[in-house]
Design a protein around this ligand. Sequence first.
Ligand code: HEM
Length: 443
Amino acid sequence: PAKVPLATVPLGLWGTAMTARRNVLELIPAIATRQPIVSGKTGVSWHMVMDPTALRRILKEKLDDYQKSVTTKLILNPAIGDSLFVAEGAHWRWQRRAAAPAFAQRHVEALGPVMTAAAEASCRRLAGARGPVDLFEETVAATFDVISDVTFSGDGMFDRDAVHQSIDAYIAQTAKLSLMDVLGLPAWLPRPGRLFSGPGLKRMKAIADQSIAARAQAAEKHGPPDLLDLLLVAQDPETGRTMTRDELRDNLLTFIVAGHETTALTLAWALYLMAFAPDIQEAAAEEARRALGDRAATAADLGALPLTMRIVNETLRLYPPAAFLSRTAQARDTLCGRQINPGDTVMMPIYALHRHHLLWDRPDAFDPDRFLTAPDRYAFLPFGAGPRICIGASFALQEAVIILSTLLARFRFARVPGREPQPRMILTLRPEGGVWLTVTPRD
Ligand code: HEM
């Protein structure tokens, strides 16, 4: 693969000031999180890495030396504890082994009907729409339906509106995170205008706890096993260990947080891109109508929808929901000839990687057919890579293709001039202002 230069980012004046102050300030998060303090540090650097060979080293070969960044953990711990997404070392490994079977292909396919039902419900809402529609709001509703059904099977106990509100409030709170947070100031230090969503998070956890307790006692089966059923019996194949109730709850909430907005963003950005490319939209609609006729898509249709899958991949390239991954180095290393010290932050700007002119031909063009040939593994990282690659990737792709093809078969999407969204990075790459499109039923 082409060599892409590595840049150490001083982040302007901020970076310089923070590097100097960091030696004192890093003690605070370390104490707050009771983590060992890496000793012997003299100043901390931030490195921006886009070289595929270096990315492979960080994400795969030296996994334990590049742990999820201190900031990632500070942001996510209050909501999802030390679950799969944030845990490290042995605690991460056993959770991954225990959860992996729940995301095996046959289980993901068995969850297909939930996705089909969400696609149908989305069509009903769109059919009733008058005037432009915010497709981001719409796709969030659809993917939240899916994730709450596949985690808690829509149990009566599971108040999905309350959980949704808590998550929204939490994400809105992280939007208030400033550069100070990104650079490692402790999350509990009050900032002007910052809300603490403690009560919201407590409520969300209480709802999940009730649903888990009710399910564990339920005598009746409720249809195909959902993620809660699968995790209730999940065992680490090496040690036989099962999850405690708290671990179970934190992981189910992780799936909800990690799994719905990311897929909604993929769908909303895909529709936005196709509003600018009517020819591609028509070809995808034609593919969907040929494969589906009047019915909604199912998991079994995926093989007949290759263009839709390429559109999803091309959308993930141009607007990767996880536009930025970061790690905190635990050991000395060398990346692209540059020294990395313990405590340094290594940033992987996936958005920039996916548009790098040394790695992609006409990088800013929307061209789903570029995926007719597989891209270089470490040039295309919408789901990360290595052992910590997104556990829900095939779940997300299946869901995106089912919903997108069903919508395209039934509706035409067009831009609303003057209402273009601005991509903004708030945990994920979100369309500020919404994705407003006109939606016209096809006859
Ligand atoms: C991890 C992206 C959907 C659950 C990740 C990572 C990325 C990612 C980039 C790796 C983060 C890192 O290395 O720091 C996405 C995108 C999605 C999506 C773009 C949709 C288009 C889902 C779904 C679920 C899910 C549907 C679950 C139902 C997780 C979990 C992890 C993860 C549990 C942590 C895995 C581990 O560390 O072992 N995701 N994700 N994601 N994702 Fe996803």
